[in-house]
Design a protein around this ligand. Sequence first.
Ligand code: F6R
Length: 241
Amino acid sequence: MEMIIFDTQQELDAYAAELIINIVNEKPSAVLGLATGSTPIGIYDKIVESYNEKKVSFKEVTTFNLDEYVGLKPENDQSYTYYMNKHLFSHIDIPSDQTHLPNGMAQDIEEESARYDTMLDAQPVDIQLLGLGHNGHIGFNEPDVNLPYGTHAVKLKAETLEANARFFASMDEVPKYAITMGVGSILKANTIVLAVRGADKAKIVKEALTGPITTSVPASLLQTHARVIVLLDREAGRMMG
Ligand code: F6R
């Protein structure tokens, strides 16, 4: 595992964006695995900046996102589809039919999961961007005794529902399920970039990267992958020596 600790978040964002841009410039038809959450926002800003400076084009790129809420329409401002359009897709030249997120509005989530995995098998991810949850989750793969290999539905934990409640008018509106790529699908990516920032993640960073490989810390499974690049800010990396 390669690990780089940055003094500032801006440096981390610029570095991560460059990794992705370099891959697209080397291989214009690259397949990108993308994440949502607070961590990638600055990275997407940098990518948009480079696109505006004409340093990269996404015309031939295909993207797959890790996850989506079940039951939120794409136009709901809490959906990950909305997030991706807002922070990245609407600012670059990627054709919308080349951007994929699991369809959280699908009637049959099992069928939708199988469809997503079939697409991922046909277009393997060149570079997968990941954030890290406080409990070690990647995508919506929460700690458990067993983890499904492929894309699947997950029941969100009570703490996740509570954390999400602030974004919705009432608790009833908070999505109870999500659909996520499995750890098996994530590990198929050629290169994985794990970006983590903030002092509140320092402990889980150490556990995930140097602790035992266990499904109770899903990110620890990244230790089995041949090409993971870990990008940390000072705070997230403060226990890494
Ligand atoms: C997002 C995702 C999640 C987040 C993780 C960290 O698509 O799959 O695993 O990466 O929850 O979120 P932030 O970046 O908000 O701390």
